[in-house]
Design a protein around this ligand. Structure first.
Ligand SMILES: Cc1ncc(COP(=O)(O)O)c(C=O)c1O
Length: 467
């Protein structure tokens, strides 16, 4: 274990050798990494012996918590029995078959088949190829544009970064690619008009979507993709009536609905899937993260009966479905997912997430709702965000150059709490392992509260007005 005595040597090695994702390179070379070496439950320990509550479950993914022997044993046993076999050309290994069948029983709607990948990005990329193939088989090869929402997060491949509605993923890459369109973020706090009800806001967003499709030409638009609750882009909970308003627009223009459950799936909203929470009927559903609690990489693109029948017809025209990864349907990942779902069922984790989530929201409100720095506390189930604003009454953000979000995150880390500074505004998120205890919920909120207090003191000392 790379703990003391010489943590600096490891950090220097990092600076000299590891290319970090989503990290400012020059700044990292100056400041170096924070290196985690151990985890148990919701707790992490770094290479300098400091302990943290991981209130983000890694990247919204370690749903059963760290250090679960059941998962380690499942991975080991499968590695000894059959570490790998592929699924190309009708070949298979046993565990992924069992997992696919189990997932089809778990997910809502009329889902027919499971295509396994390795990450949320590759699974959403697969979904786009399915949309293109589906419409080509139906004699509509031009029906291929994809609409997503600003601030939606769908991944980082060339196609999925194009669907992601965050400028930080586009800058320097010449992305979004042509054919990827974005519509308004369903965030009432900033985007509803004064006095507009949730339902009126939802209806306006649906009209806007309808107008966008009409403008582009319905014969050129293939699908709409949405996370039930936006995660990484800001923990944005859509207004009441949003999906009821959107669905008829998709049906009217013959668009497929891709539901990106990469964060919402596996208990995050206090239901098995976000689609359960909102009563959605996906044509295509993407899962990853909580599927294995991130112990090993695994994702899936789940295909509805309606789409499957067209894909089958396509095989008569095009032969083999020309897509798949070496590691698709990996037996070790499947074994881990099976053991992970066993834990969910045995420990009633979905129900627990709903209960602990209710406590989290209640505690956050009690501690921070009246804080002069806090504009909004939002979320559903066991995911929440605290929006920091300069002017509470006017809903006005701080100047981004003040970096209020990232600086508050630094205070969280000093307090031994891992949160995330979300993009596009100054918000901090909480999305813990679902096994977090009540006492740990309270402790996480106490630490976050102290970090927000420190930020407020700092701004006051700097002469920045807020409230
Ligand atoms: C909703 C959603 N979709 C897709 C992705 C991409 O997943 P990955 O990072 O595994 O490629 C993420 C990652 O955070 C996500 O939150």
């Amino acid at each position: 274990m790379n703990e003391l005595p010489n943590p600096a040597a490891l950090e220097d090695l990092d600076r000299a050798s590891l290319f970090h994702p989503f990290t400012p390179i020059a700044e990292h070379e100056r400041h170096g990494p924070r290196v985690m070496v151990r985890g148990q439950g919701v707790w992490l320990t770094d290479n300098r012996g400091r302990d943290y509550i991981d209130a983000m479950a890694g990247l919204w993914c370690v749903n059963v918590g760290y250090g679960r022997p059941e998962l380690a044993e499942a991975i080991r046993d499968q590695a000894l029995k059959l570490p790998y076999y592929h699924a190309f050309s009708s070949m298979a290994s046993d565990t992924p078959i069992e997992l696919a069948a189990r997932l089809l029983k778990l997910v809502p709607g009329d889902m027919a088949r499971v295509f396994f990948g390795l990450s949320g990005s590759d699974a959403n990329d697969t979904q786009v190829k399915i949309v293109w193939y589906y419409n080509t088989v139906r004699g509509k090869p031009n029906k291929r544009k994809i609409i997503s929402r600003l601030r939606g997060y769908h991944g980082v491949t060339c196609v999925t970064a194009s669907m992601t509605g965050l400028p930080g993923l586009h800058a320097g890459f010449g992305i979004p690619l042509p054919g990827f369109l974005h519509t308004t973020t369903p965030h009432a706090y900033y985007n509803a008009k004064p006095g507009e009800t949730d339902r009126a806001f939802a209806a306006r967003l649906a009209e806007e979507l309808d107008a966008l499709i009409e403008r582009e030409g319905p014969d050129t638009v293939g699908a709409f993709i949405a996370e039930p609750v936006m995660g990484a882009g800001g923990v944005i909970v859509p207004p009441e009536g949003y999906y009821e308003a959107i669905r008829p627009v998709l049906e009217k223009h013959d668009l497929l609905f891709i539901v990106d459950e990469v964060i919402c799936g596996f208990g995050r909203l206090g239901t098995w899937f976000g689609s359960d929470y909102y009563g959605l009927k996906p044509d295509l559903m993407t899962i990853a993260k909580g599927l294995t609690s991130a112990y090993v990489p695994l994702s899936a693109s789940i295909v509805s009966q309606k789409v499957w029948e067209v894909l089958r017809e396509g095989s008569l025209k095009f032969g083999a479905f020309g897509h798949g990864y070496t590691y698709s349907a990996h037996p070790i990942a499947a074994a881990c997912a099976m053991a992970n779902i066993d834990i969910f069922e045995r420990e009633n984790l979905v129900q627990r997430a709903a209960e602990r989530g209710a406590r989290l929201h209640e505690r956050l409100r009690a501690r921070l709702a009246d804080h002069p720095l806090v504009g909004e506390i939002r979320g559903v189930g066991f995911v929440a965000a605290v929006e920091l604003v300069q002017d509470r009454a006017g809903r006005k953000r701080f100047d981004p150059s003040l970096k209020v979000g990232p600086r508050t995150l630094k205070h969280c880390l000093e307090e031994g709490l891992i949160s995330r500074a979300l993009p596009a505004s100054d918000a901090l998120s909480i999305s813990p392992p679902l096994v977090m205890t009540e006492a740990e919920v309270d402790e996480a909120v106490a630490r976050l509260g102290r970090a927000v207090d420190k930020m407020a003191d700092e701004l006051t000392r700097e002469g920045v007005a807020f409230g």
